[in-house]
Design a protein. Sequence first.
Length: 189
Amino acid sequence: MTFGHLFKQTQYPKLAQTWQAMLEGDEAAARGLSAVPDETADGALSPNDNALTVFLSVTCNDVAWPKDVTAYRQGVAEDRERYPLYGAATANITPCAFWPHTPAEPPVKIDAEGPRNVLLLQNRRDASTPHRGGKMLREKFGDRARLVSVDDSGHGVYVLGNNSCALNTVTRYLVEGEVPAKDTSCRAD
């Protein structure tokens, strides 16, 4: 629950309320705050699963995933030690282990060779993917890439964020193919 609520700043108050309810021993309030509805108030299916569905369809089609449950069990044990906050969760088995499709193309090589049109986006205070990871990826790509560092928290810069500098930079890139001349730092709006 904590991991999921750290993805977006608008969820921080609800996370704080949930932890406060648990601290006070109010189990009913804690469960109510952390519940995700299966249906909307009018009885329609909830759109809450859309983001996960898109995430899995992209992630599972990126590379071939191990099919052996033992590989995930070992990964969870190792990452629980190495990364105690999130490691076990991110190493665990997902639907990708049972994905029926093979990747359509090989993954992009993470090196300095190739087209110079890679744009990386990274919030400076993203709890699930720290800014240092974005900087390390930028270093691996060399002059092929530019990094847009945003003075914000949460997971997701473009569309999910509202920083005008980042939104404008990415929109120019997507619409006009314009890659910034150098790495860009966007101040908080």
